[in-house]
Design a protein around this ligand. Structure first.
Ligand SMILES: *[C@@H]1O[C@H](CO)[C@@H](O)[C@H](O)[C@H]1NC(C)=O
Ligand SMILES: *[C@@H]1O[C@H](CO)[C@@H](O)[C@H](O)[C@H]1NC(C)=O
Ligand SMILES: *[C@@H]1O[C@H](CO)[C@@H](O)[C@H](O)[C@H]1NC(C)=O
Ligand SMILES: [Ca+2]
Ligand SMILES: [Ca+2]
Length: 460
């Protein structure tokens, strides 16, 4: 419609209803005084109105402009986008500059503007006849001021908050994003997964980088981001230009890529002298959960322990670290950041990507492992007639069956020991294959001797 002198198209307002100017402190535009001709009717005022329009604010609003006979001359709805403008800076016809002052987001005003506060005796060629009184039905969608900062309001803080988020942390949070008028424009919940990002490094809009600083895990806060710290005048996707964004966030967890695991021991039995080490076979129970308490997995529920050989790559690195130097009976909580856990990918359907994990662990059994690199050792002296003993039928060749039988007999009698936690048959087979140099399925005295000279203790 009808641009004012400089090609902007504004709309405008008011007078009347007493209350208006009262709060609006806009009384005034010089010379106008209580101009009885500008009429403003507050048609609906929302219950919540944390802020009202002041001169100098930038607003986004919808309007329908009509002549007193009801004929429409302009409407923002027809363009399907709000009218966006600074108030009180002469970008609007004078009547509108005044009429918007004091408005709340979601408030509706009906405004009658006399020609002298609109397009005067000239009108706008082809659109507004001279000396026209203009009526506007206005709905305010958005307000901000270029002085605005990010606003943060915490509405839930967990009782315990050992650490707050800092620049360079990696955070996972859920959010609902709305405009000031309450319209939802995006929600992480609709995707069934958290939004994950580094903090303070420009991966998110400046307002979020700032608004997330200092949150605790589990905290819920509202972050209100003015457009100059959001998507600016351009907007993005379904976010219109110059929109204030309201993010209600729930922080699920965060960590720093430099974090290691954290171990808290809750209980140690009186005798806690034998500590787990690499190669030991461990049986333990655990509950695995997310930092917000969501249980992911529990061996207690399964009714059987989880069994591993420590240091053999059977669990994620953080778990391997968390199980070290633990004694039987001890209970600890191990917190594992994702780079020592399941990484960015997580485990489909079980562990969310980039999740920090909490393991409550109880060690139930520990079988000491063999020295590093050994899969079988002798507990005492090695028999000088080893080959002959193994070659039970005395034909000068040891077959796998003879070999296996012999090793198991040594283990059973306590003379030898296999690495715990592995498949004994696999170990024996590997040992046999190592001895059988030429791979013909038999170990000769020759082959055996060679090996014997190489390594006294390992594998015979
Ligand atoms: C999210 O989960 C709900 C319920 O499990 C499901 O109905 C919906 O389709 C999922 N949405 C997406 C985007 O995966
Ligand atoms: C987002 O909206 C949903 C649905 O209204 C609500 O259940 C959830 O608690 C909201 N999340 C936050 C962080 O406000
Ligand atoms: C694991 O969870 C079960 C049931 O939820 C609970 O009884 C048990 O005490 C928990 N164990 C630890 C070590 O937290
Ligand atoms: Ca034989
Ligand atoms: Ca051979």
């Amino acid at each position: 419609m009808a641009p004012r002198a400089r090609g902007r198209r504004p709309p405008p307002p008011p007078l009347l209803l007493l209350l208006l100017w009262v709060t609006g402190q806009a009384a005034p535009v010089a010379g106008l005084g209580l101009d009885a001709e500008l009429q403003v009717e507050r048609r609906s005022v929302p219950d919540e109105c944390p802020r009202t329009v002041r001169s100098g604010d930038f607003v986004r609003y919808h309007y329908v402009g009509t002549f007193p006979d009801g004929q429409k001359f302009d409407s923002s709805y027809d363009r399907d986008s709000t009218f966006n403008v600074f108030v009180g800076k002469g970008q609007l016809i004078a009547g509108m500059d005044q009429a918007l002052v004091g408005m709340c987001v979601n408030e509706r005003r009906f405004v009658k503007i006399p020609p002298k506060l609109a397009y005067g005796s000239e009108g706008v060629s082809g659109v507004i006849p001279p000396d026209s009184v203009l009526h506007f039905d206005v709905l305010l969608m958005d307000i901000w001021n270029s002085d605005d900062q990010v606003q943060v309001h915490t509405y839930f803080k967990p009782p315990s908050c050992p650490r707050t988020i800092q620049v360079s942390d990696f955070v996972r949070y859920h959010y609902n994003g709305t405009f000031l008028d309450g319209t939802l424009f995006d929600s992480s919940y609709s995707r069934n997964r958290t939004f994950d990002t580094y903090i303070g490094q420009g991966y998110v809009i400046a307002g979020m980088d700032e608004g997330l600083l200092g949150v605790c895990i589990g905290e819920k806060r509202r972050i209100v981001v003015p457009p100059h710290l959001g998507y600016g005048e351009e907007g993005r996707g379904n976010i219109p230009g110059s929109a204030v964004l309201v993010f209600d966030i729930h922080v699920i967890d965060f960590h720093n890529p430099s974090d290691s695991i954290s171990i808290t021991s809750h209980y140690k039995p009186p005798d806690c002298s034998v500590l787990s080490k690499k190669g030991d076979y461990l049986k333990y129970h655990y509950n695995a959960s997310l930092l917000d308490g969501t249980l992911l997995d529990s061996t207690w529920n399964l009714g059987k322990t989880y069994n591993i050989v420590l240091g053999s790559g059977q669990v994620v690195l953080g778990m391997d670290m968390g199980l070290r130097e633990m004694c039987v009976g001890e209970k600890r909580t191990v917190i594992i950041p994702p780079h020592l856990g399941y990484g960015e990918a997580g485990v489909d359907g079980e562990v969310p990507g980039s999740a920090v994990l909490v393991f409550d662990i109880e060690l139930l059994e520990l079988v000491a492992g063999l020295p590093e690199g050994y899969m079988f050792i002798w507990n005492g002296e090695v028999s000088p007639n080893l080959f002959e003993e193994i070659d039970k039928d005395g034909n000068g060749e040891v077959l796998l069956e003879e070999f296996s039988e012999y090793i198991h007999a040594q283990v059973a009698s306590g003379k030898g020991k296999l690495a715990p936690g592995f498949d004994a048959e696999m170990i024996v087979k590997n040992m046999f294959t190592n001895q059988d140099r030429n791979g013909d399925g038999k170990v000769t005295a020759e082959e055996f001797k060679l090996k014997d000279q190489e390594a006294k203790h390992d594998e015979l």
